[in-house]
Design a protein around this ligand. Structure first.
Ligand code: FRU
Length: 493
């Protein structure tokens, strides 16, 4: 039965959808039907299609009572919008249906596990309410909340843990049929923890232990955990709040971490070996992954950062986008990200320029321009190069620059002139060390974003660009001399 609140949201979004042209949206980055979206939720493969839900406040471009928006896709790139899946319509989730995950059950139902937040009169200042984990069962369009909700209470955690910071369950099922979920929690001293639970039927959950915990250096609450096997290792991904930056990495708070290591099943402990920031750009948070039927681990993040998200462009008809799906691997102890291979099916004409010399004058190359594209720049010779600037989404008024400084091993992204009308964070440094005498930069651009993959995805940098679409140029300029190849495909959706 659809509740009145959900019915209202569905009618509202259906009306708003008619007022937004598809060309006002990205071509292949998912946006909400209308209003605000944040974290990707319930990324799953169900009855032969990918489903992606999201944190959703349809009624404004700002965060508000959380619903779950919903879309599905055959290839993770062309999305079909579905009606909102959940509204905060129960006592235990009346403040909001917070983040969670999904999977297909053996009996053919689609199972959602999410955080219900319940308003409590005595919630500590700045906190939302009591957080518990809840279930909903559905058929891929309509979902019924479980009458036995909530199924995991914060009191199952060791004594002294917070009951108002206990959220974002990421669930999976192992081969023997056992369900597991990680959930983010908080200790009395303000440090985050990741709790592990298991269940034989997905209804009755048992606390197994604390998989990992933060220290002040690594931030407070670790939001949106994900825990999976990759290339023979275990990966724990978290999105820490209040992180202390370290040199060039881990910008202040609301950053994302991938920890790679092993797992002691007996002690229920993750054993960290290496750690890195997942994306070094401006807009990336709360990623969630899934295992595709052909065995690939694919991750999608929210293409925003919390501090910047209050600055919504005037007249925006919706706010928030997902990143493009990225395939994950481990190489030399690092998480490697590459655009999902399905992107190649959308490639149009190939434009190739080889052995191009760039000096201090502006250089534009035939056929190298546009806003929806997949372009690889291979810089081969930089012994006399101080800095190579690549300007994208450029015209006389606007540009975003990506500057490669070989001596520093850095790529500096700066969107100060991209048309964003607020003085917020507009630049970041992305590690970019040449390998075997060359540096490879893959730029994936959609109408309102740029995602950069360095050296086959060793590092990445993501930024939303609210640049008017008439800014289509790509300009190269150098201090010193650079030699490069440029291969560019227009993407056709
Ligand atoms: C992360 C987060 C989650 C929470 C959701 C609420 O961005 O704060 O921890 O479930 O957003 O919208």
């Amino acid at each position: 039965m659809t509740s009145e609140l959900l019915e209202k949201a569905r009618e509202f979004e259906a009306e708003k959808l008619r007022q937004i042209q598809e060309t006002e949206r990205p071509a292949f980055h998912l946006t909400g039907g209308c209003g605000w979206i944040n974290d990707p939720n319930g990324l799953s493969y169900y009855k032969g299609e990918y489903h992606l839900f999201h944190q959703y406040h349809p009624y404004s471009n700002l965060w508000g009572p959380m619903h779950w928006g919903h879309a599905k896709s055959k290839d993770l790139l062309s999305w079909e919008r579905l009606p909102a899946a959940m509204a905060p319509d129960q006592t235990y989730d009346n403040f909001g249906c917070f983040s969670g995950s999904a999977l297909e059950l053996a009996d053919g139902r689609h199972l959602l596990l999410y955080t219900g937040v319940q308003t409590i009169p005595d919630a500590p200042e700045g906190k939302d309410g009591r957080q518990t984990q809840c279930l909903a069962f559905g058929d891929g369009v309509n979902y019924e909340k479980y009458e036995g909700n909530p199924v995991i209470q914060p009191e199952t955690l060791p004594e002294g843990c917070s009951t108002v910071d206990f959220r974002d369950p990421k669930m999976w099922q192992e081969e023997d049929g056992t369900f597991y979920t990680v959930v983010a929690g908080m200790k009395q001293d303000g440090n985050g923890l990741i709790a592990l639970y298991k269940s034989a039927d997905a209804l009755n959950w048992e606390f197994c232990g604390i998989l990992a915990e933060s220290s002040k250096q690594l931030g407070g609450m670790w939001e949106c955990p994900d825990f999976f096997e990759l290339d023979g290792k275990k990966v724990l991904m978290v999105s820490p709040m209040a992180m202390i930056p370290k040199e060039k990495e881990y910008h202040v708070g609301h950053t994302t971490l991938a920890m790679i290591g092993g797992y002691d099943k007996e002690r229920c402990r993750f054993e960290q070996e290496t750690m890195q920031q997942i994306d070094d750009g401006i807009d990336f948070y709360a990623p969630q992954s899934l295992l595709t039927p052909d065995g690939r681990r694919v991750m999608i993040g929210w293409m925003q950062s919390w501090p910047n998200s209050k600055f919504v462009p005037d007249g925006a008809k919706y706010f928030g986008q997902m990143t493009m799906p990225r395939e994950l691997h481990i190489r030399d102890g690092r998480l490697i990200q590459t655009p999902v291979r399905e992107l190649e099916n959308y490639r149009g004409e190939r434009v190739l320029h080889e052995n191009v010399t760039v000096k201090d004058q502006d250089l534009m190359l035939d056929g190298v321009e546009g806003r929806i594209l997949d372009m690889t720049i291979t810089v081969r010779e930089f012994s006399e190069l101080e800095c190579l600037d690549i300007l994208v989404a450029a015209n006389e008024e606007y540009h975003t620059s990506v500057s490669f400084m070989p001596a520093k091993g850095l790529l500096h992204i700066d969107r100060s002139f991209s048309g964003y009308l607020y003085d917020i964070v507009h630049s970041r440094d992305i590690p970019a060390e040449p390998k075997n005498g060359q540096l490879e930069l893959r730029f994936v651009m959609d109408r309102y974003s740029l995602e950069i993959f360095v050296n086959g995805g060793e590092t990445t940098g993501t930024a939303v660009l609210f640049t008017p679409l008439e800014a289509q140029k790509i300009i190269f300029r150098a201090q010193g001399t650079a030699q490069m190849d440029v291969e560019k495909y227009e993407l056709k959706f």
